[in-house]
Design a protein around this ligand. Sequence first.
Ligand code: RRO
Length: 308
Amino acid sequence: IDLSADLFGQSLQSPLLNASGVHCQTKEELNDLANTSNLGAMVTKSATLQAREGNPNPRYHDLANGSINSMGLPNLGYDFYLDYVLEDQQKPTILSVAALSAADAITLLKKLQASDYQGPTELNLSCPNIVGEPQLAYDFEATDQVLSEVFSFYTKPLGVKLPPYFDLVHFDQIAKVLNKYPLTHVNTINSVGNGLWVDVEKEQVVTKAKGGFGGLGGAMVLPTALANVRALRQRLNPSIKVLGTGGVTTGADVFAHILCGADLVSVGTQVMKEGLGVYDRLAAELKEIMAAKGYQTLDDFRGQLKEL
Ligand code: RRO
């Protein structure tokens, strides 16, 4: 059984990635990812122009069926992650950048265009946890404007990280915008924004910032993630790869993402719960499923979901 995959021309040993934000903020964490078997490629924590402390603690909470987070974009700043991908990279890496505003996105990508970095970058248009800032990709016109300006000067590989959509009309609208641009990929989904968990015993929320509202991840978001992968794969130009993120806890979940059309599959919450050994388990479970079905490669079933 062959799990090999492709990251915009770089060949990967497995289709598995970390979800940005999980175990990828510090040099030590990034080096751990580089040394993790069955992790095909890695993604850095979304970087902002300036380093950020992020939101106050508590800002991550495990739930029975997933997680809620309100991290608030803690990161070591653009220069640190750029240095990392230029100097320390031991495994194919996607550099994630976030913008606190459209103007910030332009400034960041102008710096990146002028840098020596030629590798893949992902523009995070969907962080739900910045006080006072909306998730940009819920505003189709603003997203179009940012991408239009970006691609007036940016010539290196660039994809976007999207929030989940919940209406078929919204899939049509975002795909229409994205199809205008030479994007390498879309990564779908970011956490389901602004959920709320209640600790009934304490009669209290579980994360501090924003009154406890935070992004949901893990098993509870799997159907939403699969719907977004499927709906976007059905609408985007074939040249735009789809990276599936959200709700993966088993090899069967990875299989389902690929069946919906995912080129690569990321794991977030389950890494928080289980540690980096999760990738060996998921790869073994995926191989077992493929063997039972007689599939040799991921291409044998990618996008082949049957309808009734
Ligand atoms: O740091 C965060 O609060 C965060 C980000 Br930038 C994101 O894109 N998604 C998320 O769930 N948390």
